[in-house]
Write a protein that binds this ligand. Sequence first.
Ligand SMILES: [Zn+2]
Length: 116
Amino acid sequence: MHELSLCRSIYAITARAAGTRRVTQVSLDVGQLRQVIPETLVRCWAVVTAATPLAGAALTVNHIPARAVCEDCGARSALGPGLTFACGACGGRGLRIETGEEFLVRSIDVADGPPP
Ligand SMILES: [Zn+2]
């Protein structure tokens, strides 16, 4: 379950950015191609932050759909749930991924006052 190690990384980034401020919410961008299950990520986040200064901080996951551009005809297409790597317009296989590989901390919301 790599969600746990991802949460440890998010924790390290968030703790460093927040310093002594209390964190209320962390927002992530997670691309469809990342093979991350958002519900699992949120559950792991609760485990990783329990009994730490970040306990109670909500984790929100913004799902970024996978999109690709065809290098043969230039058509842009969404990669469906089956993730077929062929152009929807010409059937070409020279697809360049534009979005869907994101995994980043988009924003961290902090409140006034020290952590509880
Ligand atoms: Zn094409």
